[in-house]
Write a protein that binds this ligand. Structure first.
Ligand code: ADP
Ligand code: MG
Length: 301
């Protein structure tokens, strides 16, 4: 099978954990044996999130007094691709993966007039109290929004239209190489008369994973996060997990933008356009989610 697995940035760094490198590497080391086994048996593409990580780099750049202006988000996304890609390459190799594994610094083309630029939805960085969040928002010209129990910065998240480096990925996959690509949703770029230019945004990695999976004609799209499944009535006393569902079952249900919403939308998009299977589940259950026995499994009928 050709499989696209999207790893949540929040699965690399659980809510409330210190954003230390060692903490994140430890999560990847724990996840690596299951991923390495899949990589050894299938054509595997890994996409990863970077919400917490790109937020951290943005804060560091804002605080750096030697700069005339802080680094654009596009540059910071590229930095996270290199760092998380390196962690993954090393963890997979140390877990015994014999096949070559490579990280592609990847650009995702977005439309200049995407409505996402006007309505920021993508959470980045850590959570704050409401007071602290508004104080930071005022000082740094941020938009902030509630994410569960805390408040976080939100940035524009335009829809990815095209992956610039996808032909390279196809070549590598045909040569039994595991490919880590479009990390953090891909470096957001617009395409104009002068070519490609980085923009202030963070593309959602779930949407980009659906696009990658569709374009590479994958059989399976898996989104691994920090919850075991998609729930109805999430966070209430009547919450219940969805297991095997069809497009018809999920129609009419809505999920929060910036967290579960993009995952469900990406799953629906892939199942509709590519008629493959899509799954959403916990990074702790990787093997079972890929096998179809854990998480939320979405198929066309
Ligand atoms: P990732 O970094 O993996 O993309 P997100 O925070 O974007 O993680 O999305 C996963 C989060 O979605 C979960 O931690 C959970 O708090 C939240 N969530 C919101 N609605 C739901 C739902 N209906 N079912 C499950 N999780 C949900
Ligand atoms: Mg997310």
């Amino acid at each position: 099978m050709r499989i696209v697995i999207a790893l949540g940035g929040n699965a690399l760094l659980r809510r409330g954990e210190k954003p230390d490198a060692a903490v994140q590497l430890a999560h990847l080391v724990a996840a690596a044996p299951a991923l390495a086994k899949i990589a050894a048996e299938h054509e595997l593409v890994l996409v990863h999130g970077n919400g917490p990580q790109v937020g951290l780099l943005a804060l560091e750049s804002i605080a750096d007094r030697s700069l005339t202006r802080s680094y654009p988000l596009s540059d910071l996304v590229a930095e996270t691709q290199g760092m998380i890609g390196y962690w993954l390459q090393q963890a997979l190799r140390n877990a015994g993966l014999g096949r070559p594994v490579v990280t592609l610094i990847t650009q995702a083309v977005v439309a200049t007039d995407d409505p996402g630029f006007e309505h920021p939805t993508k959470f980045i960085g850590s959570g704050y109290t409401e007071d602290k969040a508004y104080q930071l928002a005022k000082r740094n010209d941020w938009t902030v929004r509630r994410d569960g129990n805390s408040w976080r910065r939100v940035v524009p998240s335009p829809k990815p239209q095209r992956i610039v480096e996808l032909d390279t990925a196809e070549l590598l996959l045909r040569n039994q190489t595991t490919v880590i690509l479009a990390g953090g949703g891909g470096v957001p770029v617009t395409e104009g008369p002068d070519g490609l230019t980085g923009v202030e945004a963070v593309v959602d990695k779930d949407y980009v994973a659906a696009l990658v999976a569709t374009e590479l004609k994958a059989d399976l799209l898996v989104m691994l996060t920090d919850v075991p499944a998609v729930y109805l009535d999430y966070g209430t006393s009547t919450e219940r997990a969805l297991h095997d569902i069809t497009l018809a079952d999920i129609a009419g249900h809505t999920f929060p933008p910036g967290s579960m919403g993009p995952k469900v939308a990406a799953a629906r998009q892939f199942v509709t356009e590519a008629s493959g299977r899509a799954a959403i589940g916990s990074l702790d259950d990787t093997t079972a989610v890929v096998a179809g026995s854990a998480g939320t499994q979405l198929s066309s009928s």
